[in-house]
Structure formats: C-alpha cells, structure tokens
Design a protein around this ligand. Sequence first.
Ligand code: ATP
Ligand code: MG
Length: 319
Amino acid sequence: MRVEIRGLTKTFGHVRAVDDLSFTVEPGQVTGFLGPNGAGKTTTLRMALGLVAPDRGTTTFNGTPYAGLPDPMRRVGAVLETAFHPARSGRNHLRVYCRAAGLPVSRADEVLDQVGLGPAGRRRAGGYSMGMRQRLGLATALLGDPAVLVLDEPANGLDPEGIQWLRGFLRHLAHEQGRTVLVSSHLLAEVDQTADRVVIVAAGSLVREGSLEHLRSGADAEGGGTVLVRSPQSVRLAELLGGDGVAVEAAGADTLIVSGLTTAELGRLAFAEGVELHELRARTSGLEEVYFRLTAGQEQFAAAGPDEAAPSPSREVAS
Ligand SMILES: Nc1ncnc2c1ncn2[C@@H]1O[C@H](COP(=O)(O)OP(=O)(O)OP(=O)(O)O)[C@@H](O)[C@H]1O
Ligand SMILES: [Mg+2]
C-alpha cells in the first residue's frame, strides 16, 4: 500500500507546525521520517491518520483517505502515543482492542510473541518499563496484520539490544513481508541502519528526500564527517595534518578532531611519518554532517512567538 502525503499544512496559533509538506511512502521499504524536535513529525503523522484536521492537504492510502478505509485496523497500524489502562495487563489491553476491531482474541498472544513481550504480557501494563511500553504499542499496531505501519519514535526508551531488535523487526516487516513502514525519529543514527529511504523535515518543511544510499554517497563525496584521533604525539600530528581543506581541533591532551580527511588518509599519513596512534575512528559520518547542516537552527520552539502573547484557541489535546 502506497501512502501519499500532499501539501499538508497545519498552524497552531502562531506556529506553522507543518508547511506544505509532500512525500510518498512506498511498500517493501522502511522510510525514516527525520527531523529535530518540533520539526512537525508527530503533527504530520497525526494528520495522516485523521487524528488532527489539516488546514490544507491530503493523505491517501492507495488513493483512499484514512477515514474512508474499510476496516482501517487491518490496513494501517499506528503507534503515536502509547496509552493504556495501567491496571490492565498488556495481554488484556490487546484483547480489548481485538474485540473492538472484530479480530480473533488469539491475535493478542501472537503479537505479544512477535514483539518479544511474551511472558510479560500477563503483567500489569502500569508497571512496564519504557521499552516494554514501546513494544506493547508496536504489538497494538500489529494486531490487524496491517499493510502499513506508522510509528512515531518507536526507538525512544529502548535499550541498545531493543534498538537492534527493532531494526531487524522493521526491516523484516518491510523487506520480507512487503509492508509499508514509516518510522519517525529525531536521531539520524536511529534510522541510519534501518531505513532504506529518508524524508527529512525541518521547521515543518521538507528539506531532503531520497535513498539513504544516495544521500550517503553524496555526503561522502562532499568530504563531510569528522575523525577522532588519539596519539601521545598529538602536537606533532596536528602540525603534520594542517593543509588545504583540513581542520584540526584539539579535544583534550592527546586527542584531535579532524575534518577533511578520512580515517584511511589520516592513518596513512601517521604511518608514513612514524607517529604512534592509540585510537583512530570516524566520529561523525558525512551523512550526519549533512543532517546537522540541513536542520541546523530549525527548532521551532526557539523561533516561535511567546505563548502568553498568543493564547491559541485552536490548541488541541497535547500529545
Ligand atoms: N496541539 C498543539 N498545540 C499547539 N502547538 C502544537 C501542538 N502540537 C504541536 N504543536 C507545535 O507544532 C510544532 C511541531 O510539533 P511536533 O510535535 O509535530 O514536532 P515533532 O517533530 O514531532 O517533534 P519531537 O521530535 O519533539 O517529537 C511544535 O512547535 C509544537 O510546539
Ligand atoms: Mg514528535
């Protein structure tokens, strides 16, 4: 199922949260929806799912708006905020959803297993850790076996093992099962190893869209990225490195942050000059540099007018 977002626009009071945003999400791929805090990701996803009315613009799922989908839980699964009754077990929460959506209650145990919550499913959801809540949210989205999954910051609160599990899981849902997976994050690193394509927004507008592969090769061609190098001869090394297009910054007694050289180039130079290295690694990728540059200084909450001056009658339920 293809998701098409066309010209979505939403203003809250004086804040243009989403500004004429258009992009397409294809099946069989994981699409990362990236942008800094306040960029308008959650607002976009809520509009796409009919939870917030846009000022302008449309979202369609194979040509049909969410509200017009027959049996929407079987088409589109979403995790926007994880709300559940704290006294209810995760399993019970899921069974309530099954009944409401006319699904067999046996789906509850199936999705609990799928998200690795199995035995914990019988515990009170109010006692769940952040990561367990995220998994319960994901399980809820999967109940209807939907063709489209829309997940808002699903990696929040997951431990490194959980993040790795989520990566594999999302890729499996898209690549093996052919689903359309749209996943938002404010951290590039989170979607870097998961997404096939990224849609980058800042201050409500699209700033870049494309395959991660393409973005990465473009970024590397620009020679972006920084390298961290540690050496007991860091002063000498810094002298050697100075040159056209290379910037060297001291970061502690024996550590340098170098931009304009790859780890290979730097290692070769140090070897040739007999400089002893204790550490040499890429600190940020070219892709990260591009992401920073595209979204730098775009936090809306920094730019927005004062709240007191603009009591917004249009304020909807805070997320
Ligand atoms: N219900 C609302 N009422 C007023 N302003 C809102 C509301 N929802 C969002 N906003 C504003 O719209 C802008 C975009 O917010 P949104 O939550 O969509 O960003 P986000 O990209 O999801 O950020 P984050 O990474 O922090 O989750 C922000 O300036 C926010 O303050
Ligand atoms: Mg958000």
